[in-house]
Design a protein around this ligand. Structure first.
Ligand SMILES: C[S@@+](CC[C@H](N)C(=O)[O-])C[C@H]1O[C@@H](n2cnc3c(N)ncnc32)[C@H](O)[C@@H]1O
Length: 443
């Protein structure tokens, strides 16, 4: 485990790196920005059940909500078993499946009864309209921007069919599986794996087939339970809990079967964030993409030197990185690694608001320039946020407002329009003089 933080931002290694259960992650390492960490992977076919009739017919929902924290209540679940007891905390950890979730696509959760109850009160459960049109691969109303293809040396991947502009939405999906870290941390391996397999087995037929067809990254024959375990570790994203969730110290592993087809690139053209209201992973373009280009995400913190990147990709996902950044000639690799070293040395200054900090507008300009040279488009939001704060802290409101506007523009596709840091930039735009950062470094 590499520690855990919630005050980070986008794109750094963080968290719970369950060494042997890799998950795609992009979260921050305690950078200066407040706000959540978002992260993930996703074509699921139609569900096998009656549409909406269950509300009237299903006896499950008539069950009284349980008052006992440790026993699963039925509504809205179509399955609430099996359960195992955590030897550490004596709480049960169960599979909760709702086969009507997101217009009968279905979703399974492995968590405690208490947290399942919490999830069932969040907007996506309370208002089914919210998730009805999310999974475009299922209910497509606009033409798909990509196609699934075999990619030499990478298995399957997604290829752009049309010109995609920076900021465009590429896809959005609700989860198939959400697995509480607690299940992984507290249960014996065999019990954990049984829960994982049941979570997949309970899903509607076509959805389950879709999951079972995902990559295990080595193609080795396995038992059903082992295969599902390997599918999860190859395809899951690490997602931090919602700010309103009481159980803040445990994130989730989440599988989105459409997004799971996106391959890794150290300088990707797309980025992702998780919206807790709709339980939806959003994928947006972070630069213009031409037809025929592969759509990629970074599975790791992209601000790592080549050797460290390759080691991690190899350990968790079993491939040698052959992306353009990893296959440059030696002089270019050295220049890139040296920029990454500089970035790592400098970014901490922006979260230090004491007089010891070296942060000022020029330092923020330097970091922006390093990000541009490194093609770290997913980090441009962060760089523009620092620029806005540093200019405002130095008493230059108009330049601060200029950069705050750019921060909002870069931030919406990578952290979402509801993100606390984007909201903060909107407040700075409205009133730089009333913002907490005003003259903060000159006082
Ligand atoms: C989340 S899946 C991506 C989709 C996968 N290619 C498939 O066929 O379903 C992750 C796996 O894809 C492969 N992969 C992803 N990015 C790759 C890359 N840049 N080079 C080689 N293989 C890659 C690795 O086998 C990795 O374990």
């Amino acid at each position: 485990h590499e520690g855990h933080s919630h005050d980070h931002h986008h794109h750094h290694d963080h968290g719970h790196d369950h060494e042997d259960l890799g998950a795609i992650k992009i979260c921050g390492d305690g950078g200066s920005l407040a706000g959540g960490c978002q992260d993930g992977l996703g074509n699921v076919a139609a569900a096998d059940e009656k549409v909406f009739l269950w509300k009237e017919n299903d006896t499950a929902q008539k069950d009284k909500p349980s008052t006992d924290d440790n026993s699963p209540r039925k509504y809205p679940w179509t399955h609430t078993s099996p359960c195992f007891t955590s030897p550490q905390t004596n709480t049960s950890i169960c599979v909760f499946t709702d086969n009507h979730f997101a217009a009968n696509r279905g979703a399974s959760f492995i968590t405690t009864p208490k947290r399942a109850e919490y999830l069932s009160t969040t907007p996506s459960f309370v208002d089914p309209e919210l998730t009805k049109h999310i999974n475009q691969d299922l209910h497509r109303t606009t033409p798909s921007k990509y196609e699934k293809h075999q990619i030499p040396g990478k298995g399957m991947g997604l290829i752009a069919k049309v010109h995609i502009h920076r900021g465009d939405l590429i896809m959005a999906n609700t989860p198939s599986l959400m697995i509480d870290y607690r299940a992984f941390d507290e249960l014996p391996k065999e019990e954990y794996r049984q829960l994982q397999a049941s979570a997949v087995d309970h899903l509607p037929d076509l959805h389950r087939e879709h999951i079972l067809a995902l990559s295990t990254h080595d193609g080795i024959e396995r038992t059903h339970i082992e295969r599902i375990d390997k599918i999860c570790s190859t395809n899951a994203f690490d997602i931090d809990p919602d700010n309103d969730d009481e159980i803040q110290d445990h994130g989730f592993y989440v599988v989105f079967p459409e997004i799971a087809r996106m391959n890794h690139d150290c300088r990707p053209n797309a980025d992702y964030y998780f919206d807790h209201e709709t339980l939806t992973q959003y994928i947006h373009a972070i630069r213009d993409i031409i037809p025929g280009e592969e759509l990629t995400l970074s599975y790791i913190n992209p601000i790592m030197r080549k050797k460290a990147r390759n080691k991690k990709l190899n350990r968790i996902w079993g491939f040698q990185c052959a992306c353009p950044l990893c296959t440059q000639e030696k002089a270019q690799t050295e220049a890139s690694d040296s920029r990454i070293t500089q970035i790592k040395e400098l970014v901490g200054e922006f979260s230090d608001w004491s007089s010891d900090s070296r942060a000022n507008p020029q330092l923020a300009e330097l970091v922006l320039s390093l990000y541009e040279q490194e093609k770290l488009w997913g980090s441009m939001f962060e760089a523009h946020t620092w620029l806005a704060l540093e200019y405002n802290a130095a008493g230059e409101p108009w330049t601060a407002v200029k950069y705050a506007n750019k921060a909002v523009e870069w931030g919406i596709p990578v952290v979402g329009g509801k993100d606390a840091d984007v909201e903060q930039m909107r407040r700075l735009i409205k009133d730089p003089w009333g913002h907490w950062s005003w003259l903060k470094r000159v006082r």
